[in-house]
Design a binder for this molecule. Sequence first.
Ligand code: GAP
Length: 508
Amino acid sequence: MASDEELFRKIIAHAKEYGYVFPSSEIYDGLSAVYDYGPFGVELKNNIKEYWWKSMVQYHENIVGLDSAIFIHPTVWKASGHVDAFNDPMIDNKDSKKRYRADMLVEDYMLKIEEKIEKEVTKAGNRFGESFDEKMFRETNSRVQENLKKVAEVKQRFYPALDRNDLADVKLLIEELGIVCPVSGSRNWTDVRQFNLMFSTQMGSVNEDASDIYLRPETAQGIFVNFLNVQKSARMKIPFGIAQIGKAFRNEIVARQFLFRMREFEQMEMQYFVRPGEEMKWYAYWKEERMKWHLSLGIPAEKYRFHDHEKLAHYANAASDIEFKFPIGFKELEGIHSRTDFDLRAHQEYSGKKMQYFDHELNESYVPYVVETSIGLDRTFLAVLSQSYREERLDDGSERVVLSIPARLAPIKVAILPLVKKDGLPEKAREVMDSLKYDFRCFYEEKDTIGRRYRRMDALGTPFCITIDYQTIQDNSVTIRDRDTMLQERISVYEIGEVIKEKVEVAR
Ligand code: GAP
């Protein structure tokens, strides 16, 4: 079996070979942490977007959409706190010249100890079988207790140091914990410095007129500044949501994990405006709803988990991540944040314009509280891709690579394959293609043996192959082959549409 790292490399290579994802400007040796989506990648990406949009906007009467500009008044980023606080603490190793996020080094250190604890518990569970009392074991086992104490001590020192912006103490902690550079193995660290993640550029033609503006690091602020425009024009009543899909940009310090951490990426965000005091109820509601959405994709539940935050962003009073088990480990896929009234209040203060809502039921005005759901489109793409990639050895001893992408997300839904390139079969296949192509993304191929064409469609993730053979000419029947089971069934050409539709329809 391939190691996780090897598997990750294979997925990246597969994504390139099969037209899903290319490194940006590859002929110039690429641009770090920037990627282009190829012919099949763009289809998968669009299908994920559509699936999210439908389930958030179309299926919720009280959620509407928005497409705000990437450029936004620079004061927005001052008000939101991004100019002053959207920083990551960075540290360099002087021997390897590699740069790291200092907070991640410490968090990885704690994670390793926590993993040790879990291993200890699992081992004991296996040893004692049914009589195992896990709670008691955790509370009394000396090694578990010692490790728990270690983690608690690091947390107690680390998070307050970050809150105080005491970077000298963060460095001291890294040294005291004996954290080494994974590349050089040395402890020869620079000081820790804060690094603002926003990209800036200039707007205006002449130097004197030009003003510094930022490329948005989140789409959410475009929603906040349009809160009243949307509420009034669409006659929304609290609670209501505004959803948006769009590009975001971050000058990430560590950006070497393919689509996981990019400098240009896409977010699918929804801000839900609620009455002050009701935010925790809605926060719990959206945590559950969003997990349900992930599970509805058909990916097994054990691939997901919640991670409730201890250290909160400057705008939040509660936050949780939905983490996914990528080949690089369990990592954040989506954030659910209770953002209080921080953003609207800050915009009210900086703009001098009221950001209030008049609640007719309560007969009072207030600045609404906000619960946000924010999911990375590229990370969802990576989750789907890595979950789908499989190498299989078949009964006849041959091997195949298959992308078991859920049918409703698959870039190509159906391949139309005439068995041979003669005797009227291509013409008949074109007829079948014409009857399907307005409803489904189809792919026509007549080159190569049928077996090879099946393999190519498996590797591309196409859930159905329709083969047109001599019998089709006689009785209008075709074979439909299922990508995952490889089983074939004979059906009438008139049934194809219904059979495919059933599998690819969006779940409600
Ligand atoms: N508006 C809140 C916000 O932006 P975040 O946790 O910083 O919160 C939300 O980002 C989501 O955006 C993340 O859960 C992740 O899926 C995605 N994301 C963030 N940074 C990313 C990056 N550099 N590359 C790809 N996706 C990223």
